[in-house]
Ligand binder design. Structure first.
Ligand code: S3P
Length: 439
């Protein structure tokens, strides 16, 4: 464990560029790994989670290389031609790698064992085991439907129409990816829209995928067996990584920070809407498209915030941003109430419990409910910070570590975080970038 104390800082200034989007990076490696021929990926996030996907795709037969300039070249194995891995697929901390790769393996005639760290091994996999079993895969999981698990794929698999019982892009993607090598049409019915990177990128790789809408319900249909053609992918910056700097620059007086190349896919942009509703001053500059995704530079200037009731319908579009939103709320004037966030309890940590304890330790008045937090803000006054000898528990959760780092910047005595190592899963350059912006 690597502990660190994050302290009061001056304004955040200048221009930064956050690393590539994690969700898009995973998908780029997987889909390129299924296309026959050579794809090139630039802007790939080189965090531990994405490297776990790269290693697993190699074990499944794709050739993946990184050139010295940081571009990645992938020679795919082809849909239907994945190889049986010789050893277990180590998914580390990454739920996205696990669930999406389970989908891929499910419709191939191979068997794979999935393992992960203590955080991932406590997370629910039944949500993917259920639909993949319906498609014919046979899965032996640990008690409670968790990792380690062994998945024996079915070939041919059976197409299904699956109503998503939880709003989860990972479950949606697992079923669609299984559908790639399944003869016929596999459908996913999504009552609440979740991030649509799979749909966008699979279409780019040549999959026959149709998205329909009926009364706000999305129906995604994919036709197998698919042939994917290679393509070049440019990965936009990750809005979930930009989020820490959006909140930090908003909270620290005198800040004026530009964050370049931030992905603003509407299924990911909920935090921007909520921060603006609270009074944040964030301008979108030079809107454009990168890799089939909307992108802009964000100019963030300090602004006082007011508490709000966050519309639970926005949750899927900012699902990973709640920890840092809670920090923004802790400095706002008045009360912020969040509801409908049961899913936060099954992320890398139980993010409602972990953030409630962390913010309390740093001097915030917080009430924890079954499905959300109520936070009473200071009205812009710094938090007290954690007492000498105490530190907040990050519970192997990168986003808790980075959120509490932001809290430290706006605290009197600083905030000690017990372990910053998990930050490497999604944002290995975070500490350096924070020093640079706040320097
Ligand atoms: C992701 C989907 C979300 C998100 C995760 C990445 C993805 O998870 O929290 O960080 O890339 O599809 P759920 O599908 O569990 O909501």
């Amino acid at each position: 464990m690597t502990s660190h104390r994050f302290s009061h800082t001056g304004p955040l200034k200048g221009t930064i560029r956050v690393p590539g989007d994690k969700s898009i990076s995973h998908r780029a490696l997987m889909f390129a790994g299924l296309a026959v021929g050579q794809s090139r990926i630039t802007g790939l996030l080189e965090g531990e989670d994405v490297l776990a996907t790269a290693a697993a795709m190699r074990q499944l037969g794709a050739q993946i290389e990184r050139d010295p300039e940081g571009a990645w070249t992938v020679y795919g194995a082809g849909v239907g031609s994945l190889l049986e891995p010789k050893s277990a697929l180590d998914m580390g901390n990454s739920g996205t790698s696990t669930r999406l790769l389970m989908g891929l393996v499910a419709s191939h005639a191979i068997t794979a064992t999935f393992t992960g760290d203590a955080s991932l091994s406590g997370r629910p996999m039944k949500r993917v085991i259920d639909p993949l079993s319906m498609m014919g895969a046979s899965i032996e999981a640990s008690a409670g439907g968790t990792l380690p698990l062994m998945l024996r794929g079915a070939s041919p698999a059976v197409p299904i129409t699956y109503h998503l019982p939880v709003a989860s892009a990972q479950v949606k993607s697992a079923v669609l990816l299984a559908g790639l090598n399944t003869p016929g049409i596999t459908r996913v019915i999504e009552p609440v829209p979740t991030r649509d990177h799979t749909e966008r990128m699979l279409t780019g790789f040549g999959a026959r995928l149709e998205v329909g809408e009926e009364n706000g319900t999305r129906i995604i249909a994919i036709r197998g067996e698919a042939d994917l053609r290679p393509m070049d992918v440019t990965v936009p910056g990750d809005p979930s990584s930009a989020a820490f700097f959006m909140v930090a620059a908003t909270l620290v007086p005198g800040s004026d920070l530009t964050i370049l190349n931030v992905g603003l896919n509407p299924t990911r942009a909920g935090l921007l809407a909520v921060l603006r509703q609270m009074g944040a001053d964030i301008a979108e500059v030079n809107p454009r498209e990168v890799g089939g995704e909307p992108v802009a530079d964000l100019r963030v200037r300090h602004a006082p915030l007011s508490g709000v009731d966050v519309d639970p319908a926005l949750a899927p579009s900012m699902i990973d941003e709640f920890p840092v939103l809670f920090v923004a709320a802790a400095l706002a004037s008045g009360t912020t109430r969040t509801t409908g966030l049961e899913e936060l309890r099954v992320k890398e940590s139980d993010r409602l419990a972990t953030m409630a304890s962390a913010l309390q330790l740093a001097g915030t008045r917080v009430e924890e409910h079954e499905d959300g937090l109520t936070i009473h803000g200071t009205g812009g006054e710094p938090l007290t910070g954690t007492r000498e000898g105490t530190s907040v528990a990050t519970r192997l959760d990168h986003r808790i570590a980075m959120s509490m780092a932001v809290a430290g910047l706006v605290s009197r005595t600083g905030v000690s975080v017990d372990d910053t190592a998990p930050i490497n899963t999604s944002f290995p350059t975070f500490m350096g970038m924070l020093d640079e912006a706040a320097g």
